[in-house]
Write a protein that binds this ligand. Sequence first.
Ligand code: F6P
Length: 330
Amino acid sequence: MERNIKTIGILTSGGDAPGMNAAIRAITRTARFHDMNVVGIMRGYQGLIEKEFVRFTSSSVSNTIQRGGTILKTARCKEFMTAEGRKKAYENMLEAGIDALVVIGGNGSLTGAQLFAREYDIPIIGLPGTIDNDLYGTDSTIGYDSALNTIVDCVDKIRDTANSHDRIFFIEVMGRDAGFLAQNSAIASGAEAAIIPENGGTDVDQLAEFIERGKRKSKNSAIVLVSEAHKNGVGGAMYYAERIKNEYPQFDARVTILGHLQRGGTPTAYDRILASRMGYAAIEALLEGQRNVMIGIKNDEIVYVPISRAIKMDKPINQELIAVLNVLSM
Ligand code: F6P
């Protein structure tokens, strides 16, 4: 052990994701196994600034692995992005005797962790907790698989009504600036197309050709998964549906924006196992003397990724996924 870590703090920050509770449980129980004290920090960095600390025992996390959301609550904290906010957070940590932090969150939350670690001598371990799957260095983030399954479930239902009315549905999904949710839910639901930011959006004429192609093959309805990302006023399901309606009035188009229902619900078995492995690895990493790394998973092996890389590098979308959808939707 590089230094004697007696007490760790855990927080969840940014958008909640199914599986965060499984991660909190794994971190707590592994830390307790090693006789460390555990402090649950409520509402992310906001709670660190406002001293919202709760002493956690093994039983504090009983009956939580199956629950969506986060028992620690979460927030997007602007104050932590200021030097004064981080100073307050550091002083509160010292006062509470917290020697190390485990931060579960997405890009913005790990960016906050990186700033904090640069200014103060605190070991921080990040866990990728976001439905967007947009962190470099990990094949999957906690919550992504659950959100994907929720989307596919919704698309299956929309397909029934699309089919009955011979309609084209533009279904908008989350992912901020990343197209993982849109592309993979399109493949899993047998959709006709996906519009993702990694491809710089889609040409409307090409989209119409896709839909027409399906119609010629006697498919009377179509599903297009659209990533929520907007660039220079272009993007989102509304935008594409409007353009199709105006330029191809022969199509009967409708829009569904799935919104926050994608973030709720019980985590899938995959996310529970991933979160459990990552939570366990976070404490093992601290015991090995690791600091300022994010726990990732690559080819089913746990890896340590410097937080600076996880947040800065673009995570590319596998081009094979694009080819698979194009060919299979014919
Ligand atoms: O990062 C997770 C995420 O759900 C994104 O997909 C989405 O763009 C964003 O959070 C929405 O954030 P909020 O719940 O604060 O509106």
